[in-house]
Design a protein around this ligand. Structure first.
Ligand code: NAD
Ligand code: DAU
Length: 341
């Protein structure tokens, strides 16, 4: 595994992973293959282009476009595909599910076909704890039944099952990681932590869905990247590995940490109409990955504080996004009525 095609590498976790891999492995060549949707941004990779120009290439392409996928695999003599490319925001999946099914299910199929056709050494799928559905008690292990409840998580589940089908049917060399909520640099400010941090900086209300007692395992993105790295190098083929801190915060606890870090009052919290079908709690058992020697370096609380500080120090990155028409129209559609009610 030396020539990686990292699909979705211009997005949040993908761009952090690209930087991590190029820094850690001086003999790896990385091709980022990305459609550049609203969430994929060249500025996420600006320093990578400057620092690693001889070991890095970018291809603008859709994972659903088999011809361009195949041409890229051949041109760059790719031996490994790591698939981060997806539509990723649950609220958007409730607005227009079609693109989720297209990219997260059909796109995964296209990449698996390329893996099979060119006899690649590895296909790794980046999946999510949301495929287990809400977990009111206990923790999800990798063999648990899948019970997705949103168009996003149902699409991700379809992708996972397709990966496992290619392993069972043709022995494709696949692995899957299922991560909890990632936070850190370059996360599009539609996800709750960057949304709340940037709203707090601007003295805008923080729209907490429902009672705010839903629980999430907020992990720092580089801990997740290390987990993926460990699975790539030590994981068993055909296996699934959960990645998270193994603890949770309620959304209200997370919000209080954001506000305390920015130094803004809790009066900015505004409870608004809940997300339809809102999963109450996700909780992962991460002992399988720990068994490969991996440990997270941040608690949820440390991850929230560190992430909030990054947004305080990097307005250059998020201010143009939030000032753009695309973001403003999404924000109005998702929050205007809720915040007025
Ligand atoms: P993101 O939305 O920030 O980035 C997604 C990237 O995929 C973007 O660069 C986008 O341009 C690209 N993309 C979308 N459709 C594409 C297509 N058809 N072809 C090529 N590129 C396409 O997402 P993220 O938060 O970085 O998530 C990355 C992966 O990790 C996803 O598979 C997601 O399901 C998974 N995941 C995310 C989290 C999280 O908390 N963010 C947690 C667990 C798993
Ligand atoms: O669990 C992993 C998943 O985490 C990933 O697979 C997804 O790609 C990622 O988007 C994330 O999904 P969530 O729905 O958990 O994340 P989000 O940031 O949208 O919401 C986190 C929690 O905060 C959730 O309980 C909903 C709540 N929330 C979210 C927003 C955007 C609010 O209360 N208000 C908000 O405005």
């Amino acid at each position: 595994m030396h020539r990686l095609m990292i699909t979705g590498g211009a997005g949040f976790i993908g761009s952090n992973f690209v930087r991590y891999v190029l820094e850690k492995y001086s003999d790896y060549f990385v091709v980022v293959y990305d459609k550049l949707t609203y969430a994929g941004r060249m500025e996420n990779l600006q320093d990578v282009e400057d620092d690693f120009s001889s070991r890095y290439a970018f291809v603008k392409g859709d994972i659903c476009d088999a011809l361009t996928v195949e041409a890229t695999v051949q041109k760059y003599e790719i031996d490994t595909i790591i698939n981060f490319a997806a539509e990723t925001h649950v609220d958007r999946s409730l607005m227009e599910p079609g693109s989720f099914i297209q990219t997260d299910v059909y796109g995964t199929f296209v990449l698996l076909e390329a893996t099979k056709k060119f006899h690649l050494e590895r296909y790794h799928q980046i999946s999510t704890d949301e495929v287990y559905g809400q977990v009111l008690a206990g923790r999800s292990t990798e063999s648990d039944i899948l019970d997705p409840r949103s168009p996003y998580s149902a699409s991700k589940t379809g992708g996972d099952l397709m990966v496992l089908a290619y392993y069972a049917s043709w022995g494709l060399p696949v692995t899957i990681t299922r991560g909890s909520n990632n936070i850190g640099p370059y996360q599009y400010p539609e996800k709750v932590v960057p949304l709340f941090a940037t709203n707090a900086i601007d003295d805008q209300p923080l729209p907490v869905y429902g009672d705010g007692k839903q629980m999430r395992d907020y992990q720092y993105v580089l801990d997740h990247c290390e987990g993926i790295d460990v699975v790539l190098h030590k994981g068993e083929l055909g296996e699934i590995y959960n990645v998270g801190t193994g603890e949770e915060l309620t959304n209200l606890e997370m919000t209080q940490i954001v506000l305390a870090t920015v130094g803004k009052p809790e009066s900015l919290i505004k409870h608004v109409e809940d997300r339809p079908g809102h999963d109450r709690r996700y909780a992962l058992d991460v002992s399988k990955l720990r068994g490969l020697g991996w440990e997270p370096h941040h608690t949820c609380a440390q991850a929230v504080e560190k992430t909030t500080r990054w947004y305080m120090e990097n307005e250059w990155w998020w201010r143009p996004i939030k000032n753009g028409d695309l973001y403003k129209s999404y924000y109005a559609q998702q929050y205007e009525k809720r915040l007025r009610a």
